[in-house]
Design a protein around this ligand. Structure first.
Ligand code: HEM
Length: 423
């Protein structure tokens, strides 16, 4: 069953908390020992609670601030060297590397150079895991056809990917167990502490499942949001100009090379509205999965049987003409009029009218971390540079690639021009 309207999405998301089991997702999540692919049960409730209190609390988010600022600073310095040579930068690659370094820093206290072997290997494993999570498995439809998954080589790919990721997580855990670290705790440190406190409740599989969630759910969603918002702005030069003037006026002229810091983000109300509009039009993870668990249920006159796979199309919901005026237009102002004031906390007000972070009890727990990274990255990209399309490049388009995360198909190549122009 596919749901494409805001009204029905609300009905379904409020009442359905289970995800349909998919072979690849189950294997890579240690049979649902994680959060994202766990059934809606007491284990899931406890994992969500622990994460809300220990990993995604405002205090924890603040403790990860130096990681976010350092990584955004690193991206801006790389862009400055592109600017000096007046050469195009691949913003799609840069956003990916930014997001993955933030997650690696937050999860296990390490960042990599883009060309490091270990980093390239991790990126490849995560990409393969994402592909395997949305693959079609005959076994999910009818057990008797599971031999077809074997024959096609899919089961082998899942096994190999699982083994390689498992040994990657295990090495990280072993490193953390042998080192003595009392300051700057990362997520593995925090999980090890929790495991010591609650040995009966938390196993290594839970820790590994959670690490998988961070890599798979937290990396390229942030990258895609940055790229899509910049794409939306490039397609609307008037809104781009307005946003840049707003950011530059709000933070004032900075010393050469200085960055916008996180505490300054509260001043950037219009930028926050721009981010919301980017997420409405281009939700990075547009398809939400649920399953009917109770038995036959009626939704708008349709009989939905137990086990029915329900897909909520968040892309269509964000463009639902019953909710949004001029739904196809990039108009950030809509989040400043009426009740909205562009603060991310207002996301709750838009819940079910747009679904970039899903909705209901299975909604995204990483929204706070994701939003901070997106705001900080965009604030600095828009403060530090003006942006032009290389003269030889085709016009910017909005074609997307299929997958768990909706990435822009053609990479976003732009030339950064430094601001202020004398630097
Ligand atoms: C722009 C950034 C992000 C976007 C757009 C995004 C989007 C989503 C969406 C659409 C879902 C599915 C929700 C549903 O089915 O209702 C989800 C779930 C999830 N996200 Fe995010 N996410 C982002 C960042 C993050 C980050 C940074 C993390 C962790 C570090 C994270 C962790 C998770 C987890 C664990 C789930 C599964 C929740 C559950 O099943 O209970 N996400 N996210």
């Amino acid at each position: 069953m596919v749901v494409s309207s805001a009204r029905l999405a609300k009905q379904v998301l409020k009442r359905h908390d289970n995800r349909p089991p998919v072979l690849g997702q189950q294997k890579l999540s240690y049979n649902g020992a994680d959060i994202a692919f766990s059934p809606y049960d007491s284990h899931w409730k406890e994992m969500r609670r622990l994460c809300a209190v220990h990993l995604f609390s405002p205090k924890q988010l603040l403790s990860f601030r130096p990681i976010r600022e350092a990584q955004v600073g690193r991206m801006i310095s790389k862009l400055r060297s592109h600017a000096v040579n007046h050469e195009a930068a691949n913003l799609s690659d840069m956003a990916m590397s930014l997001a993955s370094n933030i997650i690696c820093g937050v999860a296990f206290g390490k960042t990599y150079d883009d060309h490091e072997y270990e980093k390239k290997k991790l990126d490849k494993l995560v990409l393969e895991a994402q592909a395997l999570m949305v693959s079609f498995y005959f076994s999910d439809q009818l057990k008797v056809f599971s031999w077809l998954d074997k024959l096609s080589g899919l089961l082998n790919r899942v096994d190999n990917n699982f083994k390689e990721l498992d040994s990657f997580y295990q090495n990280l855990i072993d490193d953390h167990l042998t080192r003595n670290n009392n300051s700057n705790k990362d997520i593995i440190d925090l999980m090890i502490e929790l495991k010591r406190e609650k040995p009966d409740e938390i196993t290594w599989e839970h820790v590994k499942g959670l690490l998988m969630n961070l890599f798979v759910a937290g990396t390229d969603t942030v990258a895609a949001a940055v790229v899509w918002t910049m794409t939306g702005l490039m397609l609307r030069p008037d809104v781009m100009r307005k946003t840049q003037e707003h950011v530059r006026e709000a933070v004032g002229l900075k010393k050469e090379g200085a960055m916008i810091e996180e505490e300054e983000l509260t001043k950037l109300t219009y930028l926050k509205a721009v981010v919301m509009e980017g997420l409405r039009l281009y939700p990075p993870a547009p398809l939400l999965y649920r399953t009917e668990q109770q038995g036959v249920e009626e939704i708008e006159g349709w009989e939905v049987e137990k086990g029915t796979k329900i897909i909520i199309n968040g892309w269509a919901v964000g463009r639902d003409p019953e909710v949004w005026k001029d739904p196809e237009e990039f108009v950030p102002q809509r989040f400043l009029n009426g009740n909205g004031n562009g603060n991310e906390s207002d996301h709750r007000e838009w819940e079910f009218k747009m679904l970039p972070f899903g909705g209901g009890r299975r909604g995204c727990p990483g929204m706070g971390l994701g939003m901070l990274a997106i705001h900080l990255a965009l604030a600095n990209l828009l403060y530090s540079f003006d942006w032009v399309l290389p003269s030889s490049a085709p016009p910017i388009d909005t074609h997307a690639l299929p997958g768990l995360t909706m990435h822009k198909k053609n990479p976003l190549l732009l030339i950064p021009i430094p601001y202020p122009s004398s630097t």
